[in-house]
Design a protein around this ligand. Structure first.
Ligand code: C5P
Length: 414
């Protein structure tokens, strides 16, 4: 599936001599599947771990090594100039040293000098080499110069030693690449709070009331906001999926915990995207011990429920006092009269936008990959979005929020 932030982006992937080279093939494949144009540059020692043909097969593009020919004597300039991002993964201690000191003795090193795009490196080295003062000094120098780092991670290394030096996994590296490409997006410099997932309302120490929310739409919103360059705080109930790279994660359990976390986070936020499926009620009493089968006199056991706070209503009150967050977007999951209920909720909760979806449809809403949403705005406009991936829905919603923030900023300037 293509990913907008990666679509048609030119990524030069430098691969240097580490056993982690095999992960670079997977990375090149993932980037290509996402729509990026990946030009691989192999160093000589990388070529001993993995062949140019491996990369050629997954990228469908020429692979470059140190065997320059006379017809292409400025290949390094061409590669460097055209690139949106130079990624070096794995990056050995040797290559970090070359980059830090401007050495230029192979195609990759000269390309790095000629490139004017951001540079992201994923170090990989064994046996305490990363901790060595020489490597640490090089890392510091590179960071000061604006080079972006992904990892290294901790764990077992090829030697059997455990420590810091493993290359981060390709899926995580992809997240770092998205962050690097999105840095100057329409939400650059903005703080966005996203909520996702269900809440869990305890009944006793082993039981809770919850709902079917997978958290996927919220995660997609967080990723889309990151892709647009925002600093993202993700206030999330329990969700089983991997979180987007780069979010500040605030894990919560109950609706009350979510309310407290959201009110704290939005105090300095530009936007709140409220995708969580917050429980409306919680058990009025939480039993201190596990409730026994024998506790009820009849076969029935009644649990009295107390109303949870409406988080958006409290955000509305806070916004009226402090002006923050500037823009709010809520969701309305409905099974009937979706538009009428959605419009009513938009007004009652004082939202700028509400994304209404009919969750009675099998292909939209909870626990599926797709969603069909109608976006209602406080200014009365209405945008119908056809059935599409939750990622595509998220991108459009984030675009509307970014436009709205931009409109507010330009009104303030005038
Ligand atoms: O009122 P209803 O639950 O239908 O509204 C849904 C919207 O309100 C969602 O954006 C949801 O995250 C938010 N909500 C909330 N606090 C609650 C319940 C829902 O902020 N207690």
């Amino acid at each position: 599936m293509t990913v907008s932030i990666l679509l048609d982006k030119r990524i030069v992937l430098g691969v240097t001599g580490s056993i982690a080279c095999y992960k670079a093939v997977d990375l090149a494949s993932k980037l290509t599947q996402a729509g990026a144009l990946v030009d691989v540059v192999l160093t000589e020692s990388a070529g001993r771990f993995v062949t140019p043909l491996s990369f050629r097969s997954v990228t469908g593009r020429p692979v470059h090594d140190d065997l320059w020919n006379l017809d292409d004597h400025v290949r390094h300039v061409r590669l460097g100039e055209a690139a949106d991002l130079l990624v070096i993964a794995p990056a050995t201690a040797q290559t970090l040293a070359k980059l830090a000191h401007g050495l230029a003795d192979n195609l990759l090193a000269v390309t790095a000098l000629a490139a004017r795009c951001p540079l992201l490196v994923a170090p990989a080295m064994d046996g305490g080499m990363y901790e060595h003062p020489a490597t640490q000094a090089n890392v510091r120098l590179l960071r000061e110069r604006g080079v972006l780092f992904a990892g290294p991670a901790e764990g077992r290394m090829a030697s059997g030693l455990v420590g810091t030096g493993r290359m981060v996994e390709p899926a995580e590296l992809l997240g770092h690449i998205r962050l690097a490409l999105g840095r100057n997006g329409p939400l650059a410099g903005r703080r966005v709070v996203v909520t996702a997932g269900p809440t869990e309302e305890p009944v006793d120490p082993v039981r809770f009331l919850s709902n079917r929310s997978s958290g996927r739409q919220g995660l997609a919103l967080a990723q889309a906001a990151l892709d647009a360059g925002a600093q993202v705080t993700l206030v999330a109930g329990p969700i089983g999926e991997a979180l987007p790279v780069g979010v500040e994660h605030v894990p919560v359990g109950t609706a009350v915990e979510m309310r407290d976390a959201v009110l704290a986070a939005v105090a300095r936020a530009d936007a709140l995207l409220m995708a969580a499926a917050v429980a409306d009620f919680r058990p009025a009493q939480v039993a201190q011990q596990k409730i026994k089968k024998t506790v009820a006199e009849t076969d029935d056991l009644a649990i009295t429920l107390a109303r949870n706070p409406d988080i958006l209503a409290e955000v509305k009150a806070q916004k009226e006092k402090s002006g923050r967050p500037l823009v709010t977007l809520g969701f309305a999951a409905e099974t009937e009269n979706a538009l009428a209920y959605g419009r009513d909720k938009l007004e009652r909760k004082g939202l700028n936008f509400i994304a209404v979806n009919d969750v009675s449809a099998a292909d939209a809403g909870f626990a599926v990959e797709t969603n069909r949403v109608i976006l209602l705005s406080a200014d009365g406009s209405r945008v119908e979005m056809p059935l599409q991936s939750k990622a595509a829905v998220a991108e459009q919603l984030v675009q509307h929020v970014a436009d709205s923030l931009e409109t507010l900023s330009s009104q303030q300037r005038n």
